[in-house]
Design a protein around this ligand. Sequence first.
Ligand SMILES: C[S@@+](CC[C@H](N)C(=O)[O-])C[C@H]1O[C@@H](n2cnc3c(N)ncnc32)[C@H](O)[C@@H]1O
Length: 255
Amino acid sequence: MTEPRRLDETFDPTAYGRATSADYDDLYAELDSTAAVDLLAALADGGPVLELGIGTGRLALPLVARGLEVHGVEGSPEMVSALRRKPGGQDIPVVVGDFTEVSAGTGFSLAVLAINTVFALPSQDAQVRCFRNVGRHLRHGGRFVVEAWVPDVGAFRNGTAVRPVTVHEGRVELEVARLQPASQTMWTTKVHLTDQGVRLVPANHRYAWPAEMDLMARLAGLRLSARWSSWDKADFTDHSIAHISVWEKIADEAW
Ligand SMILES: C[S@@+](CC[C@H](N)C(=O)[O-])C[C@H]1O[C@@H](n2cnc3c(N)ncnc32)[C@H](O)[C@@H]1O
């Protein structure tokens, strides 16, 4: 196999949305967002919410329907267009840009970054910039919620892994990944197989363990306040494969 290029040399925050905006909702049709929306609404406590990588509004639109003020940052104009075409999608303020650097205001009660999108950032530096930017958006006591998987390097043999994500009659989704442990990066392609054909969706990752994210949060003045293994608040344990982490702003910078 040829050596892949470094993730941070090829990073383009508009690329994922450009590749998936047309069928993003179909790709995630089986994802039940109810528990996520319930938990986010409770954590927002009636205050304004900022969603990083708002996408087509899977979480934002139901949060608005719960009476919350929701703003977004999104790297892909195509994703924003898909959001705008939905009922209520015109009314959500969205800043188009990279969520590690753009500003969408201040005083938010809650910021959320869902579906492993923190790992779409190509380096530790970029992830630290993301936490710091979130810190600037939150009011004191405001919360940052991240949904991410827990790295499982043991799943790789000779640096590669194939994981069945969905197996149904007529529809199979596989995740095929190649690991570079030295840089904590993974080149990943999701393979969607149906009677209609094959759909390849690249989603490359710079992964981090929860404890590394706690340090990133600390650099941004945020302190861990809760960690669960799912949106319905299941315990986070030695066997958890994903985490929902909540950090609270306690200072303007590192504490
Ligand atoms: C997996 S989708 C999640 C969309 C939505 N949050 C949801 O839960 O369905 C990730 C979104 O983040 C956007 N994105 C990825 N990296 C970004 C960046 N650095 N800045 C802004 N948006 C980014 C993508 O364009 C995409 O819309």
